[in-house]
Design a binder for this molecule. Structure first.
Ligand code: ATP
Ligand code: MG
Ligand code: FE
Length: 336
């Protein structure tokens, strides 16, 4: 049986077709980066309007690429939580309309849980139990994952998400949006030890994160504490050193907290998802830690790390349990 899934939680409009195996037949993503770049961050109202324009063409393309017609869809899935409410509503409304007109069941999926399920898709086999880390523009959360659907939050960020910190530091350094790739490119030529930036909760057993102090430390390192009289962002080697030192601080705490979570949970598998996983320094440092700890690391390819609808194949697990959504399904912006 074929599923059609929709993702519109933030700034990517995505539709995917997959089988109940699950096997991905298509995964189409329309990015809105160009629309938000001039604002240095995602503007919710612009995101909603772009989803509205993109959703039907993206669905058509996903069906065409999968070589499946609407009549061949037996179930519709949608990420209805968490995210920007106006953005989520576009996907939820489209999914409800499709399921209703096709007369097929609707399944609601948690977007953050799907980021972990992307690891299961990439592995092509069961990966549970494991520790899961979701590290993206909106989330930095550690989970104990006993199965695809039973996730217990071990801890998360108290303020900014790691990806948000990358985006804001990119703005401070005068690099583009999205900030992650820009900061990583700049950091490649820098010295990660040039600036001693803070690593929050590093010597604490609590599985929590905080990145807003780090962001402020980068701001002060650039302009001094009198930011009202902001000077132009530093250029050349200093900027490369700032980017490298910032990135090292983020990577250090992410790796450290994963190690602590694995030891505390007594688990020997780590599944990592979300857009920040694109960072090659993070990937290699996680791999080194996992090798030392004799832990299996599962990281999906990039196409499944950033926001996409294929990871909503988590719906297949719900379908097996007959966990269908009500006809009046709503968007839930907050992560419960
Ligand atoms: P959500 O948080 O709801 O999942 P999102 O759109 O913010 O939504 P993703 O699309 O998964 O999340 O990831 C985007 C984030 O990943 C951005 O903050 C971006 O800066 C960050 N990112 C992308 N590439 C890199 C990189 N190479 N290094 C660090 N961060 C990166
Ligand atoms: Mg995004
Ligand atoms: Fe996401």
């Amino acid at each position: 049986m074929n599923f059609l899934a929709l993702e519109t939680s933030c700034d990517e409009t995505s539709a995917a077709v997959f089988t109940d195996e699950p096997r991905i037949l298509s995964n189409v993503v329309a990015s809105q980066n160009d629309l938000h770049a001039r604002f240095g961050g995602v503007v919710p109202e612009i995101a909603s309007r772009a989803h509205l324009r993109n959703i039907l063409p993206v669905i058509d393309e996903a069906l065409a690429k999968a070589n499946v017609s609407l009549a061949g869809i037996g179930c519709v899935a949608v990420h209805n939580t968490p995210g920007l409410v106006g953005a989520l509503l576009i996907g939820v409304s489209a999914a409800k309309a499709l399921a209703g007109t096709l007369g097929v069941p609707l399944i609601a999926v948690n977007h953050v849980h799907s980021h972990i399920y992307a690891c299961r898709l990439a592995a092509g086999r069961d990966i549970f139990p494991c520790v899961g880390l979701v590290v993206s523009g909106g989330h930095t959360s550690l989970f104990r994952c006993d199965s695809a659907l039973s996730l217990t939050l071990l801890g998360g960020t108290r303020d900014d998400a790691a990806g948000e910190a990358f985006d804001k530091v990119a703005a401070i350094l005068g690099l583009g949006f999205p900030g992650g790739p820009a900061v990583e490119r700049e950091a490649a030529g820098g010295n990660p030890k040039a600036f001693a930036f803070p690593r929050a909760f590093q010597h604490d057993t609590r599985l929590e994160f905080s990145f807003s102090g780090l962001k402020t430390a980068v701001l002060y390192a650039c302009h001094g504490q009198n930011v009202a009289k902001a000077t132009p962002p530093p250029a050349g080697q200093t900027r490369q050193d700032l980017a490298a030192s910032f990135q090292a601080a983020v990577v250090d705490v992410l790796v450290q907290k994963c190690k602590q979570a694995l030891r505390q949970a007594g688990l020997s598998r780590l599944a990592v998802g979300g857009g920040v996983t694109a960072n090659t320094v993070l990937r290699s440092r996680l791999q080194e830690m996992c090798d030392r700890e004799r832990v299996e690391l599962v990281i999906p390819p990039m196409s499944l790390c950033t926001d996409n609808a294929a990871m909503a194949a988590l719906a297949v697990e719900k379908w097996r349990l007959n966990e269908f959504a009500p006809d009046d399904l709503d968007a839930e912006p907050n992560f419960q």
